[in-house]
Design a binder for this molecule. Structure first.
Ligand code: ATP
Ligand code: MG
Length: 352
């Protein structure tokens, strides 16, 4: 049982604001990802989502708190330990282009995996392995291998990176806004791929500021605000019966979305609860996805995206998260207390 767990993780960055100080990007965040589980990490811009992904991938160290993998603190790993860790825990980020070196062919990222992890595999076996990984992400080797990054679409680049993760024995995928820059049709393919990987036992941390997508794919949802968790639990519970004012505000900001889901969910699912959104999640968050036709889903996502973007702008403006400055940091660092509203549904006490 491979579980990736954050325990009381805080991260302070030197503030970029005038006067210095520290920005608390994360405040004592604790949650765990179990095998085959998809968790949506949702929050406004600057709430700390990417920082959580970076801490999990050890691209940055937490200021305090621990990340454990299979019960072992990753801070205690040797170089070799980290190599093993990355065999199991991989990340794919929003801008796939930045993961490639533009002067090399895109499949060089595979060569690097080969030299690090599979130096003794024969050319023939390696080609077969690459082809099967590409097949899993619905890419035709002839279309993508040997090409430079600029010759590939964003969707192809993104799927090549997911395929790279599949070459390894990946148990946890950190997916940071991986579909926001894809067109609606490719987005559906990538979402369906995540669903397939989940069924094969891979855990996914699905980082998004798009509630509708989070609701679609995840079993559990973590709502982050100003670097702290304000609500978390089964996605059906969070979307069906939100308790924190902030979560309620997020959800009321997208009322059309709920109506829409209700209309498109499979009749049996929609009837099972008050909203199509909740029904989808109670069924593992994926049933509705597969129940919808591709064309309908493309339509829904395009519409949902417009609504979400507009409402996020209306609610949050362009504002960033936490103010900096030494005196404020001392107060802001302590996260609100989480209490159990019901099993698998934690809610933070109001802040301010
Ligand atoms: N390298 C850094 N140096 C200083 N501050 C940083 C750094 N990286 C992130 N921050 C700050 O930490 C906070 C959290 O940033 P983070 O990137 O995790 O947010 P996010 O939720 O991923 O936002 P977005 O939705 O815009 O991607 C923000 O206030 C951000 O300005
Ligand atoms: Mg981010």
């Amino acid at each position: 049982m491979t579980t990736l767990k954050l325990d009381q993780v805080s991260k302070l960055y030197p503030s970029t604001a005038r006067g210095g100080g520290l920005t608390p990007a994360l405040r004592k965040v604790s949650f765990e990802l179990k095998p085959g589980e998809v968790i949506s990490l949702i929050g406004e811009s600057g709430s700390g989502k990417t920082t959580i992904g970076k801490v999990l991938l050890r691209l940055t160290r937490p200021t305090s708190g621990t990340v454990t993998f299979d019960g072992k603190d990753i801070a205690s790993y040797s170089t070799r330990g980290f190599r093993e860790y990355y065999r199991h825990v991989q990340g794919v980020f929003q801008d796939p282009f930045s993961s490639y070196n533009p002067i090399y062919r895109a499949d060089r990222v595979y060569d690097l995996i080969r030299s690090s992890y599979f130096p003794h595999v024969s050319d023939k076996d390696w080609s077969a392995k690459v082809e099967s990984a590409l097949d899993a992400v619905a890419l035709n080797p002839g279309d993508v291998l040997g090409k430079y990054p600029h010759q590939l679409s964003g969707g192809q680049q993104q799927r090549l990176l997911i395929a790279r993760a599949l070459l390894l024995d990946v148990k946890v995928l950190v997916a940071d806004e991986i579909i926001s820059m894809l067109d609606a049709s490719t987005r559906v393919d990538v979402l369906n791929l995540l669903v397939k990987l989940k069924r094969q036992g891979m855990a996914v941390l699905f980082i998004t500021h798009d509630l509708s997508l989070g609701n679609y794919v995840s079993d559990r949802t973590v709502i982050l605000r100003h670097g702290a968790i304000v609500e978390m639990g089964a996605t059906g519970k969070i979307f069906g019966n939100p308790q924190h004012e902030y979560t309620k505000m997020l959800l009321t900001a997208v009322p059309e979305l709920h109506k829409k889901w209700h209309g498109v969910a499979e009749p049996g699912l929609a009837a099972a609860s008050g909203s199509g959104a909740a029904a989808a999640s109670q069924n593992g968050g994926v049933t509705t996805t597969t129940a919808l036709s591709h064309a309908t889903l493309v339509d829904e996502l395009t519409h949902a995206e417009q609504v979400v973007k507009r409402d996020f702008r209306a609610v949050f403006g362009a504002g960033r998260a936490v103010a900096s400055g030494k005196s404020q940091v001392a107060v802001a660092l302590e996260p609100p207390t989480l209490r159990e509203f019901e099993p698998d549904h934690l809610v933070a006490e109001p802040e301010e």
